[in-house]
Ligand binder design. Structure first.
Ligand code: TXA
Ligand code: MG
Length: 322
């Protein structure tokens, strides 16, 4: 019998995972957003394994995960605005792109040659324990093959990598289900690079500053993380579909009737519930191999903006998929 690659969190599991990370291996772990594929952020050979496993272009930089907001000082320059945001949103589903410190000790592969680095302090208990025990920065993109849907369960991760990945810490389904909000902070202010659970309104409330939005999908891969086609299932997606076509699967929202081959993101129309269900339901409908996945209109307010962002990328033409 083959040994399971899924490990329930326990002292032995954390010991084994930290040993693997210290040895330069990759390990998948849950966060409150999506599952990450982690490696020691100071070890280039280990970080290279992430790019290889994901088939990720090396021009696309990685997020560095830390156990504690105080540790961020070691790697980035934190101005007063960034400090306020850290105080309010860390630990949590929030990532800041900040100026990289010289002598940070981070692998050059992480920044893909930029003079900034993305840092995040996750809230999920399993992620937090792993970071504490490892006692160092862990680089982790979402644990999916590049361009695919992000995983929100350990089984999704296993389905993406199979034999290529031998340790996944199974912390159950991710609470939030969408990748973290990403903002860049520099002399020009705060710029939103990827919408998520922490919304521009939340950020403006804390900082008193208007936030610039730069989350427009692009085909130009020098603007990292903003590729048009991303988070994509194999089945074509049809958005803002009021009705399900005869050969289509349907991803409903709110009071849509329950037809064959359909799933409802949130029967009560709750955007938080819809975000948590989005990726696993997209995966489930993808498996039906129908002509398309039609998706009900999602209100474009609050968390709906982040949901629509992921849906638009999932529906984008695939030539640009990296
Ligand atoms: O919720 C999340 O953020 C998850 C969990 C595992 O933490 N991680 C995640 O990582 O979504 P990834 O690699 O799938 O997405 C990170 C995005 C990428 O699109 C990357 O281009 C962008 O962040 N990014 C990373 N460093 C950057 C930088 N220095 N400047 C601009 N964008 C950056
Ligand atoms: Mg990703």
């Amino acid at each position: 019998m083959t040994k399971s690659r899924l490990y329930i969190p326990s002292n032995e599991t954390f010991d084994l995972a930290t040993k693997k990370l210290a040895d330069g291996d990759i390990v998948s772990f849950p966060t409150e957003t999506v599952y990450g594929l982690g490696a020691d952020a100071t070890n280039s050979t280990a970080v290279a394994k992430i790019y290889a496993a994901k088939n990720r272009p090396s021009i696309n930089p990685l997020i560095v995960h830390l156990s504690d907001a105080k540790k961020a000082d070691l790697y980035v320059h934190i101005n007063p605005t960034a400090q306020k945001l850290a105080d309010n949103f860390w630990p949590g589903p929030f990532t800041m792109v900040l100026p990289l410190r010289e002598q940070s000790g981070l692998s050059d592969l992480i920044t893909a040659g930029l003079d900034t680095v993305a840092v995040r302090v996750p809230m999920n208990n399993v992620a937090h324990k792993l970071l504490q025990k490892f006692d160092g920065p862990i680089a982790a993109p979402s644990a999916n093959k590049s361009g695919n849907i992000s995983p929100t369960t350990a089984a999704h991760v296993d389905g993406e990598f199979g034999d290529e990945l031998d340790m996944i810490i199974d912390g159950g389904a991710c609470d939030k289900g969408l990748e973290s909000t990403i903002v860049q902070i520099d002399e020009s202010g705060i710029t939103l690079l990827r919408p998520g659970n922490i919304t521009p309104k939340d950020i403006e409330k804390v900082t008193g500053q208007a936030i610039q939005i730069n989350d427009q999908p692009t085909d130009n891969p020098v603007a990292p993380g903003q590729l048009k086609s991303h988070y994509a299932p194999n089945t074509k997606m049809r958005l803002n579909a009021a009705k399900q076509g005869p050969a289509e699967a349907y991803l409903a929202f709110g009071h849509n009737s329950n037809t064959e081959n359909s799933l409802n993101l949130s029967p009560s129309g709750d955007l938080v519930e819809a975000a948590a269900n989005l990726f696993s339901m997209m995966r489930e409908l993808d498996r039906l191999n129908l002509e398309a996945i039609a998706v009900a209109p999602i209100p474009n307010t609050g968390l709906g903006i982040a949901i629509n962002d992921r849906l638009e990328r999932a529906a984008a033409p695939r030539e640009t998929k990296l």
